[in-house]
Design a binder for this molecule. Structure first.
Ligand SMILES: [Zn+2]
Length: 131
């Protein structure tokens, strides 16, 4: 992996940085350097607020490798305030989430990798603390 890919991944993980289409204004996440709406090149960076709402969610009981210790956990389709939808784990819910619940991005431990126990961090969404 080269430096710019690393930088880009880090930004995606710790801040919600995507792109904005200079042609039609659509906000893009994850960044893909092309607008999904008008197909024009779109490389201008845009930092999302990290706030959105739960569009749908599911309880994961049968986790993929590396996530077993967190079972059961919640995966949600989050609709960001700026438009794009993304899939992320929910955290800090002390009750059953509801569709439309306001959530915000936080950086949390995602999983432990391999025998060396490397901890991978990334974003999750928790209930919005300060609306
Ligand atoms: Zn566009």
């Amino acid at each position: 992996m080269n430096l710019s890919q690393n930088w880009r991944l880090a930004e995606q993980r710790y801040r919600l940085v995507g792109e904005i289409c200079p042609h039609c204004g659509v906000k893009i996440y994850p960044p893909r350097d092309a607008c999904p709406d008008c197909s024009q090149p779109a490389q201008e960076r845009f930092t999302f607020s990290g706030k959105g709402e739960i569009y749908s969610y599911t309880v994961v009981l049968d986790a993929p490798e590396g996530y077993e210790e967190q079972v059961p956990y919640l995966i949600a389709l989050v609709k960001l305030d700026e438009g794009p939808m993304l899939t992320a784990q929910l955290t800090d819910f002390d009750r059953e989430p509801e569709i439309g619940d306001r959530v915000e991005m936080v950086t949390r431990k995602l999983r432990t990798e391999g025998n060396a126990g490397i901890i991978v961090y990334g974003y999750k969404f928790r209930p919005l603390l300060m609306p």
